[in-house]
Write a protein of this length. Sequence first.
Length: 104
Amino acid sequence: MTARESQQSIRVEVVYATAERQELVVLEIGTGSTLADAIAASGLAGMFDGFEVDPSRVGIFGQKATLDQLLRDGDRVEIYRPLIADPKEVRRQRALMQNKSEAP
C-alpha cells in the first residue's frame, strides 16, 4: 500500500455477538466513512438470522455513537444487542434472595 492509498482508506473492525456466536470483521474502507457504512460493508446482515441494527445500540470502543459518526483508522465498531434483563432489577432480586436466605 502506498502512502497515498493509506490516506484514502482506513482499517476498522466491526463486531457483533449473539449468545451462541460472535463475529469480528476487519475492513478497509474509505476515509470519511461512517459507522453505518462500516456496518453495511461488514456483511454481518448475511451472517446472522434476524440481524437488525438499532441506531441507539451502536458504539465505538464501548462508547455510544451514532450511525453517522465518522470513523478513524483503527476504530472498533460495536453493535449491541438488547439486554435480556435489566441489570438493576437482577441485582435487586439477587439481594432480596440473599436477604431471605440469611434471615433466621
